[in-house]
Design a protein around this ligand. Structure first.
Ligand SMILES: [Zn+2]
Length: 152
């Protein structure tokens, strides 16, 4: 069996299990039980790895297609958030390690702003309302070292 076929089989088997715990409304005959964690993951896999449309997922899992859409989208948002948090952690660790070696060359990389250094910008407005100088002070969030300069 191809890997994709195996995955389809797995999703279909899981869908059967999920449907077996369905709580249906007496009035509308629709599922009224909440989508649990394992079902969420299974829907996400069906959409992202098998390319199933929301209506197809809906019918396989006996859910409204809008429920499937909502579940997949919120799972995507969660993954994005996790990816962002991981990236922040990697950047922070990198800056922290360099700070320990007295290296603050990463002040020039704006990806570190707000994560490992704080930047305060200042402006001086001239007599005619024109901005004459723009300065900045960057401060390391770990050791407090600061660097100031003029924005060109
Ligand atoms: Zn530092």
């Amino acid at each position: 069996m191809l890997m994709k076929d195996r995955l389809i089989k797995r999703i279909e088997d899981q869908a059967k299990i999920f449907k077996s715990r369905a709580v249906k409304g007496l009035e509308d005959g629709k599922r009224h039980d909440l989508v649990q964690r394992d079902e969420r993951k299974s829907m996400w896999t069906a959409h992202n790895r098998l390319g199933w449309s929301f209506p197809k997922i809906g019918s396989a899992f006996d859910r409204d297609w809008r429920t499937a859409k909502k579940v997949v989208e919120s799972h995507n948002a969660k993954l994005d958030q996790r990816r962002r948090r991981n990236l922040i952690k990697v950047l922070r660790d990198e800056a922290y390690s360099k700070c320990g070696k007295d290296d603050h060359s990463w002040f020039d990389d704006s990806r570190f702003e707000g994560i490992a250094y704080r930047c305060e910008r200042s402006y001086e407005v001239g007599y005619f309302g024109n901005v004459e100088t723009r300065g900045f002070v960057k401060t390391c969030l770990f050791c407090g070292y600061s660097q100031s300069g003029i924005v060109i």
